[in-house]
Design a protein around this ligand. Sequence first.
Ligand SMILES: [Zn+2]
Length: 173
Amino acid sequence: MAHSTTSQDASTRGIDCPNCLVQRTATGEGVFARRALSAGERILDIEGEPVPAPTRHSIQLNLDLHVECTTAIGADEMRARFPWRFLNHCCEPNASVVGRTLVARRAIAEGEEVTFDYTTTEAVMAEPFRCGCGAPRCLGEVRGFLALTPEEQRARAKFVAPHLKAFLPKSQA
Ligand SMILES: [Zn+2]
């Protein structure tokens, strides 16, 4: 988007992600593509500090491993160094977490918001919320993978993180 130039200039200190940046949304902040991304392309790596329990912004990477930024830093530095903390949930997202990497699920246009499905990494959300993503199969209430119905869990089998695969319902085939 043409009007993103000034916000990029304001956050050029620190380590800016070449693929995405944090911008305001109607309801808060989110992560937006800085350039067109191809399906399967790496967007960013989820790097931070390991914490034993989930927080509002952490991402779960294993059963007892959540990644957060607990260092006291300013808001601009937080957006530049830890953009993944600003990712918004969508029930039919355009990106997925693979290992420690956020990967484009499909082609993402420059300026498009990047989203992922929290229930593919989070077993139990620290702060459940009502989703208004508007997807045809929106969950409504997002509480984590373990709160999904067996049908909703099966629908996520392809994208769910390895630490949640053991909780997938047995196939009836
Ligand atoms: Zn939704």
